[in-house]
Write a protein that binds this ligand. Sequence first.
Ligand SMILES: Nc1ncnc2c1ncn2[C@@H]1O[C@H](COP(=O)(O)OP(=O)(O)OP(=O)(O)O)[C@@H](O)[C@H]1O
Length: 462
Amino acid sequence: MPVEASYGNPPQSALPHQIPDDSPSHQGGMQVEGHHGRSKYAAHHSAQYSPSSKMYDGRRPREDPDGEHKSRSNGRSSSRNSASRQRYPQQPSGNHYHPSSRQGPASAPHTLTPTSQHFTPPAGPNFHMRASTPPPDTFPPPAVTTESPTPSEQRRPAYLLHRDLVIGKGSYGQVCIASRGEAEGHSGRSGKRKKFACKCVMLRNDPKYISKLQEEVNVLRELRGHDNVIRLYDVFCVDNELFIITELGRGGDLFHLLTTHPKHGVTEAYAAKTVAEMLSAVAFLHSKSICHRDLKLENWVLESGKDVWSPLKLIDFGLSTHFAPGQRLSRVVGSSYYVAPEVLKKSYTEACDLWSLGVIVYMLLSGAPPFYGKNDDAIKASIVQGEYTFPHELFRDVSDEAMAFVSTLLSYNIEYRYTAEQALTHPWLAANCDPRGLTKARDIARGVGIPNDSSRPEPMQL
Ligand SMILES: Nc1ncnc2c1ncn2[C@@H]1O[C@H](COP(=O)(O)OP(=O)(O)OP(=O)(O)O)[C@@H](O)[C@H]1O
């Protein structure tokens, strides 16, 4: 297909779509394990979704009328009838605030309402716990608890938490808009307030649960500075509730983008730009010995609500873990459709993230997942079997190079699967990305231009 690579102002035809203001956000994704077994879909769309097949049940079953497939099935031909595959996830319903909405905290009254809450982080270092929170020896991480508060920390301004402006719900709690900045009407100040995403998590006195949260926060701290990882601003507890304040992805997530795109698939130029940024973030994670383990469309948000070509940001490190070189992990975690076969077989490495990226690229290019089934077990069986195709009606306009690229990531044998750094050198990216964008992605993947955290004293400055 014709390629229109640009990072600046691409022609409208190259844009996947513009996310409409005030459009509802979605809840997508199903945890294989972890996150306490509750599905976001099941929680919010139980009327439409059965507990076992959440993401792709719904309208418009995809047919394969001519049965023509371009096969990339690891050398094996696929006899699967693809008629049962649903091409598009059903648009979830729900009363959710979209980050790009014009309505928002900046115009909201700065008073307490039943759903808005004004609070000031406790003075002191980040990750400070108040006495009312669970035992201090379980949280926060010891490394950041020893410093005494500096004057600037004591002056940390208040956040306004908008519990009514929910941008997402997960198994841990919900993510709402928070804002902070100058208060309106005070000594001629403009009243402009900066918006953030605030993940609100009720703490439980459960060491496993607490250590998972600790790991999530530690990982976020460690990854600060990479352009394609959501930036952590603040973490604190108030009355047994943990608040993780991060940069706000105003453009919503990629699942939303893909499912609202009129053509239900994006151009190769857009897919390549997107994938280069994802690979950059994943290479950076892996260089820090962190495996994400839950890469999926829902966990990539766009920085801007006005420009779909704005940088992508990786969110949700709830299943992330540190690994030692060569270490085999065994916990079966991840999300259906995206989870790698070796994860289901309980012996895997960080290469599982590259498989998930392969699924994401496949979906970006076609609007449909490579592995599917009518329920969880069928999806898992399809993944473990490892056979997939490039159906003609979905990949008619997609180049052979793009499919070759997908195959390097969906390689069943991890010895042949590309690493993130290797994938960044693939010719399909070079042919479809803006060269400056690709060079930047490769550079920051290696940490070039990212300040070394050890030279940056806590606390984080806003
Ligand atoms: N910083 C952010 N900017 C914009 N949207 C966000 C942000 N953080 C989270 N969201 C939205 O909220 C949803 C849930 O957030 P998140 O995945 O972090 O919660 P979770 O409880 O860990 O969910 P899960 O059960 O999938 O692990 C995301 O899918 C996304 O749509």
